[in-house]
Design a protein around this ligand. Structure first.
Ligand code: MRU
Length: 352
């Protein structure tokens, strides 16, 4: 299997970490190099790299790259500094559990190899980052296969935000089945919500699906209801940033609205994501931290002229929680979980 995918690339010979700056898409597909802790924090915070699995993969490489720069007299000091870098990166975004999951995996890796010395710890950190990256590729492929098994030729599917290759490693989660279908010559009609306010659906999903040969139609978020009423949608496929043990799911703001509309029109809602996005320590959606972002994202960010007076107050939560009762199934790399999710998710983790 290839060792890197293009949205996040670690060049081992040059010991250099690159990401595609997603904020420049679709106008420019440009790689940027991340060298300092501040650049890494900003890349995650400002969504240059985004999407729950991609954030986790990137953070794993970041911690390895930062570990290489630690100049501590002993292992104790080295691990202390590594923990401090991990806490700093972890504070960049609160909702996607993959970030803390990948950073914890790296800290555990370092601790497990501490007796072997600094070089062995560094090597283990690099190998772990590659493993997280390659595992995600395999998981996305499996999720895409399971997701595609829920669709049939000619189906219309509505999706929200971006959960394609840019948000993961390859294929993606919620958008992986569409790319897989296109590869196999199976025809689907995908409706991509533009996903206000940061327009991941317009800038990233329609870009990836169009380039991947998928029949994609971009709609504004407030058109989803009409598209469903017209009978053009047979299923909704959405990604996830954190799934609680009872199935409540945090995903991009607007996802719960899509699920509520879908219930009205009798359309199934599938959440697709790797098990690394399921937080069994989190009992329900009320315990998921929701990121609040800058009001300028609503008022000025994508516009030539301000869209509101500077003094107008804005509320800009980046995610909402879709109640488990609105979710038809949760599709993971290990299989498809149906309600009651408290039982089916627990059974999934019990399998190991
Ligand atoms: O704020 P973002 O763009 O990082 O939010 C991303 C999403 O909500 C995605 O749907 C989710 O991370 C799944 S990515 C496979």
């Amino acid at each position: 299997m290839e060792r890197t995918a293009r949205n996040i690339r670690y060049d081992k010979a040059a010991e250099a970490l690159y990401i595609i700056d997603q904020t420049l898409l679709p106008a420019q597909e440009r790689e940027i190099r991340l060298e300092t802790a501040e650049q890494m924090y900003d890349a995650i915070r400002l969504l240059r790299v985004r999407g729950a699995p991609a954030i986790g993969i990137c953070a794993a490489y970041c911690l390895y790259a930062l570990a290489r720069t630690i100049d501590a007299p002993d292992m104790e000091g080295f691990l202390e500094q590594l923990k401090a870098y991990s806490a700093y990166l972890n504070s960049s975004r609160p909702t996607a559990v993959n970030l803390s999951w990948a950073l914890s995996a790296q800290l555990e890796t370092a601790a497990a190899h501490r007796a072997e010395g600094r070089e062995a710890v560094l090597e283990a950190l690099y190998e772990k980052a590659v493993e997280i990256h390659e595992d995600d590729m395999a998981k996305c492929k499996a999720i895409s296969e399971y997701g595609l098994s829920l669709l049939k030729e000619g189906d219309g599917v509505l999706t929200h935000c971006n959960a394609g290759p840019l948000a993961t490693s390859r294929y993606g989660t919620a958008q992986g089945p569409f790319l897989l279908a296109a590869e196999r010559g199976m025809k689907l009609r995908v409706f991509a919500d533009e996903t206000r306010p940061l327009l991941q659906g317009a800038r990233l999903t329609s870009y990836e699906l169009q380039k991947g040969g998928v029949d994609v139609t971009l709609i504004c978020d407030n058109m989803a209801s009409l598209v469903m009423k017209n009978g053009w949608v047979q299923a909704c496929f959405v990604g996830c940033d954190r799934v609680a043990a009872n199935g409540d799911t945090a995903n991009k703001i607007g996802t719960s609205g899509v699920a509520i509309l879908a219930k009205h029109y009798g359309i199934p809602v599938y959440v697709l994501g790797p098990t690394s996005t399921i937080d069994m320590a989190c009992p329900d959606g009320d315990h998921i931290p929701i990121e609040l972002r800058d009001e300028e994202e609503i008022k000025t960010l994508w516009y030539e002229k301000p869209m509101a007076l500077p003094e107008v107050k804005c509320y800009n939560p980046a995610f909402d929680v879709t109640d488990h009762a609105l979710i038809t199934a949760i599709v993971t790399e290990k299989g498809i979980c149906y309600p009651p999710f408290t039982e089916s998710l627990a059974a999934l983790f019990a399998k190991g």
